[in-house]
Write a protein that binds this ligand. Structure first.
Ligand SMILES: [Zn+2]
Length: 165
């Protein structure tokens, strides 16, 4: 779990982190929740992929050493998304499907990870830092909280900020 990514979250009314781009209301409340108490595991909303029935949701202890059940899958859109770089995040559009607060931050990624040109899709994720100047994120998350973007970037992406200026 040493890969860091940058992403947006929507914050629900309980202060919990949710996907910023996937409306979660059609799904069970726990399915698309970023857990405050441990690792968040990606789910496939489309699967099973092009595999025999049952193989997508492999039981624990099955042959797949990653235990991922094939998530994320290269040909699918599943996985926990993050950009590689804070500059990509800063340039990203603001989600418009929700009126809930959107926060940005850093996530530690692990398990099976698909590396793209500008970002990642991962099996496992854990939020480690968030820009939360309004204090909307639940205190149950064990993460670093920042009031300024520059402070967040200089701590989690050193070398890119203009500290010498
Ligand atoms: Zn999938």
């Amino acid at each position: 779990m040493s890969l860091l990514g940058w992403r947006q979250w929507a914050v629900d009314r309980a202060g919990l982190l949710r996907p910023a781009w996937t409306p979660w209301s059609p799904y069970p409340p726990e399915l698309l929740l970023w857990r405050p108490d441990g690792l968040t595991r990606a789910h496939c909303l489309r699967g099973p992929h092009d595999r025999p029935p049952g193989e997508h949701d492999r039981p624990p202890g099955a042959r797949d050493e990653t235990g991922s059940g094939g998530i994320p899958e290269a040909e699918c859109g599943c996985g926990l998304y993050a950009w590689r770089d804070p500059a990509e995040l800063a340039a990203a559009p603001h989600p418009r499907w929700t009126s809930l607060p959107i926060v940005v931050g850093v996530v530690r990624l692990g398990g099976r990870v698909i590396v793209g040109e500008r970002g990642y899709r991962a099996e496992l994720g854990y939020p480690v830092a968030v820009l939360d100047s309004a204090g909307v994120v639940a205190t149950t998350y064990q993460l670093a909280r920042y009031r300024e973007w520059r402070a967040l970037v200089s701590e989690w992406h050193p070398g890119t900020s203009s500290e010498a200026a």
